[in-house]
Ligand binder design. Structure first.
Ligand code: PLP
Length: 398
């Protein structure tokens, strides 16, 4: 991953796509809470806006802001990360097409791909960290290469630049899910990607109050194709959500600095903890992909005392801090929970073999510099959680 110069990023985060509102001069983009627009005559829209599924000024401002942050030509916002991802599939694929994708994607992405198999699209899951595996996967041709880096939840990294070269040599477009890194840490389009997708529900939003998604593209035809999906299939976000996301992106650079500082400190602390077997944090020098990484979040796999005991503690934690941002999640029960509950093809199980029931995932969204948990024990974390803005252990039993 490359780190961008911070000054330029902060300026873009605050100003890109933001024009004062023309009627009153309001400096912040208003929430244009409207479904349609007055026209000056038949087929003469006053400012180019006709119907809010197609365009909305609050959404347009958000799209311009996110395109600038990712260094893309344009972006298109959707109602969730999965809606954004599906818009890419709808915009680029037909029945009979193939997609080569990473084998450690967010569980919901994999579930979406399995759904699309019903319509004759083939998905081949490969270890995208291994360029040769991607090359082999592309031997039968593909329209898209889809990778997530770092992955949720194992924090595996893919070398985007190499992957882009391999994808383009095979005539495929490269899509990167940049949800976990955000453009503050990594700009895939600068590294050769064609499309970048986000769950803006996560770091872009950063306050646990919006579900959203965005696709950033490197060309006008892709912008047009994704815009057509907004118009024709309609999974667009409302103006209030766009406003909240615009407010969030203004502090992305500040929040990401805090996340990275805290993640690094917690990773070191966990690495030295006698009960922690393995810390999957690419920022640690011992991590096999350290050279590829500058910063990231923290995942840990602890031997400790077993998932049941942990789950009890986490439920206690959930009761204490419900409604705040994520402090501790257990991927096997949350992001990848669906995989254990539904009958799935054997190869899909293999894909998630790395997600064991003893994994606990620590996500530090918005936290102050003194955040270092005093113990991996859930009760102690719960006490600590009162001191800073973290919170909400999303744990379900069973
Ligand atoms: C990496 C990644 N991509 C996509 C998604 C899906 O986003 P959403 O929940 O906004 O639909 C998630 C959700 O957790 C995610 O972690």
């Amino acid at each position: 991953m490359q780190t961008l110069p911070e000054d330029g990023f902060g300026t873009l985060a605050i100003h890109a796509g933001q024009e004062p509102e023309p009627v009153s001069g309001a400096i912040m983009t208003p929430i244009y809470q409207t479904s349609t627009y007055v026209q000056d005559g038949v087929a003469r829209p006053r400012t180019g806006h006709e119907y809010a599924r197609v365009t909305n000024p609050t959404r347009t401002a958000l799209e311009a802001n996110l395109a600038a942050l990712e260094g893309g030509v344009a972006s298109r916002a959707f109602g969730s990360g999965l809606a954004a991802m599906e818009a890419i599939l709808k915009a680029t694929l037909s029945s009979g097409d193939r997609v080569v994708c990473g084998d450690n994607l967010y569980g919901g992405s994999e579930r979406l791909f399995r759904f699309w198999e019903r319509y004759g699209v083939e998905f081949e899951f490969v270890d995208s960290a291994d360029p040769e595996a991607v090359r082999t996967g592309l031997q039968a041709g593909a329209r898209l290469v889809f990778i997530e880096t770092p992955t949720n939840p194992l924090m595996r990294l893919t070398d985007i630049e190499t992957c882009a070269t391999i994808a383009h040599e095979a005539g495929a477009l490269l899509v990167v899910d940049n949800t976990f890194a955000t453009p503050w840490l990594q700009r895939p389009i600068d590294l050769g990607a064609d499309l970048v997708v986000h769950s803006s529900t996560k770091y872009l939003g950063g306050h646990s109050d919006v579900i959203g998604g965005v696709v950033v593209v490197n060309s006008e035809p892709l912008a047009e194709a994704l815009g057509w999906q907004q118009m024709a299939t309609g999974a667009v976000p409302g103006p209030m959500d766009c406003f909240l996301l615009l407010r969030s992106t203004k502090t992305l650079h500040v929040r990401m600095r805090a996340h990275c500082d805290n993640a690094a400190r917690i990773a070191v602390w966990l690495d030295e903890h006698p009960e922690v077997e393995r810390v999957l944090y690419p920022g640690l020098p011992a991590h096999p992909q350290h050279d590829l990484a500058a910063h990231a979040n923290v995942i840990l796999e602890a031997v400790a005392t077993g998932i049941c005991e942990l789950a009890d503690e986490l439920q206690h934690l959930q009761a204490r801090v419900r409604g705040r941002l994520s402090l501790v999640t257990a991927p096997i029960l949350i992001a990848h929970g669906a995989h254990d509950r539904t009958a799935r093809p054997a190869d899909a199980r293999k894909i998630y073999a790395g997600v064991s029931s003893s994994i606990r995932e620590l996500m530090f969204f918005e936290s102050s510099a003194h955040v270092v948990p005093v113990d991996v024990d859930g009760r102690r974390l719960a006490e600590a959680a009162g001191d800073f803005l973290l919170g909400h252990a999303q744990v379900r039993s069973g």
